[in-house]
Structure formats: structure tokens, C-alpha cells
Design a protein around this ligand. Structure first.
Ligand code: MN
Length: 240
């Protein structure tokens, strides 16, 4: 019996928010029944380094520390939180996983932003931000400097995306096909905020897109070979 849940795109920024409380209640409940929890990126709105001492950073570390004692928790970088590092992993007991990652030779996991290849400006930026040079330089700055920089980056991203067509901001079909090997049956990703289940005809595989948390929470549930996409009321599904 293998029970897993997959979620992404919570964009947490406030420990007092409905989303954070709903997420905490979800993890507390699910960690009693599933074997593994996978968070596929953009868990937080912005991560500026493992020394972040903002209220959301501290609350999140506390929560994950509790949950990872009950159930294995895996964390993948998203485009907002790619600076999660080994210090955060050690402190919270979560395991950082690569993007993409493969499970059981049949499931591929990704955040999804690397597959939005039609957005060439974003891919150029991504290459810089994910590079060692930029990251070492950034992390050597003081926390206060990184806080200012994080806010600027966030504002710039909103301004840039406002002018892009929605097709450009979705995953590219060829990029998806290239990623999916012959034995893969299930591909799970987030990022695009377009939850749904699609067939990848060329690969006889299914692409499950997680939703962003807002009015409701989203997760993909695996029970052995069966995957389902669930959307639930944050206040009512789990007792808060
Ligand atoms: Mn994203």
C-alpha cells in the first residue's frame, strides 16, 4: 500500500492567513494517514534565504518540524522559493528533491516553470537565478538587503506577467513530451495555476496539474496506482 499526497503553489506569506491555517490543518490530518507528502514548489511567496526570520518563515519551520516527525515530507523548489537550502531542510526534517524527480520509475514530478519554454525571457532569467554565481552573490548579502531585493523582484514579476499572453505562460507540449520517458504513467506539476488532468497521447501518460491555494486547497492523492485531483474547502475539510 502506497499513500501519497502532492501539493504546490500555496504562496504562503502570512501565518495568520486562512491559507496557512488550512495548510497546517491539512498536513496535521494527512500526516496521520499517508506515507509521504510532496510539496512541488512555491510553498511560500518568496524565500530569501534560510536565515529568514519573518513570521511566515518561523511558523513554517515550526509546522514542518512537527509534521516531518510523523511522515516523510519532500520539498521541491518553485520559482518563488528556489533559495530553500540545506539549513532549512536540516532544521525542519524535510528532504529537498530535484526538479524533475522520478518516483517508482513511473511518476515524474516537476514544479513546471522549466517547461514554460515559450516564455523565453523568463527562461533566460531562470537560468541566471538558478545559477551558482547569482545565488552565492545573493546569499552573501545581509538579510536586510535580501528583504528589499525580494520585494523588488516580486513587483517586477507581477509587472512582467501582466503583459504576457496566457498561452506563453502555460507548459509547452513538446517540453512535456521530452521530459516523459517511456515507462512514465503519471506526470504531476504545478506552477501554471490551471488545475486539471490531461492525457499525453504520445506517451500514454497522464499529466496532473495541481492548483494554487486560494478559495480552496488542492492536492493530488495517490492510492497505489490510482491518482485523483482534489479541491477542498480550506475551512471545512480539515478541522482547524
Ligand atoms: Mn511557480
Amino acid at each position: 500500500m502506497m499513500l501519497r499526497i502532492f501539493l504546490s503553489d500555496l504562496h504562503l506569506d502570512d501565518p495568520q492567513s486562512r491559507i496557512f491555517n488550512g495548510f497546517a490543518a491539512c498536513l496535521r490530518s494527512e500526516s496521520k494517514q499517508v506515507d509521504e507528502i510532496y510539496i512541488l514548489g512555491d510553498l511560500v511567496e518568496m524565500w530569501i534565504g534560510d536565515d529568514d526570520d519573518s513570521p511566515i518563515a518561523l511558523a513554517l519551520a515550526d509546522l514542518l518540524q512537527t509534521i516531518s516527525k510523523r511522515c516523510a515530507v519532500f520539498l521541491m523548489h518553485g520559482n518563488r522559493d528556489f533559495l530553500f537550502g540545506s539549513k532549512f531542510a536540516d532544521r525542519t526534517g524535510v528532504t529537498l528533491i530535484d526538479d524533475p524527480s522520478t518516483l517508482d520509475d513511473s511518476i515524474v514530478l516537476s514544479h513546471g516553470d522549466a517547461l514554460c519554454t515559450d516564455d523565453s525571457a523568463y527562461q533566460e532569467l531562470r537560468e541566471i537565478l538558478r545559477g551558482e554565481v547569482w545565488q552565492n552573490e545573493t546569499l552573501s548579502k545581509s538579510l536586510a538587503e535580501r528583504q528589499i531585493f525580494g520585494k523588488a523582484l516580486r513587483a517586477e514579476s507581477i509587472a512582467n506577467n501582466a503583459n504576457k499572453s496566457s498561452a506563453i505562460m502555460d507548459v509547452n507540449a513538446d517540453a512535456v513530451t521530452d521530459l516523459i520517458g517511456a515507462n512514465i504513467k503519471t506526470f504531476i506539476h504545478g506552477h501554471t495555476h490551471r488545475p486539471g488532468i490531461h492525457q499525453i497521447a504520445e506517451r500514454k501518460a497522464e499529466r496532473i496539474v495541481l492548483g494554487d491555494w486560494g478559495d480552496c486547497g488542492w492536492l493530488c492523492r495517490q492510492v497505489n496506482d490510482t491518482f485523483s485531483l482534489e479541491c477542498f474547502n480550506l475551512a471545512h475539510r480539515y478541522e482547524i
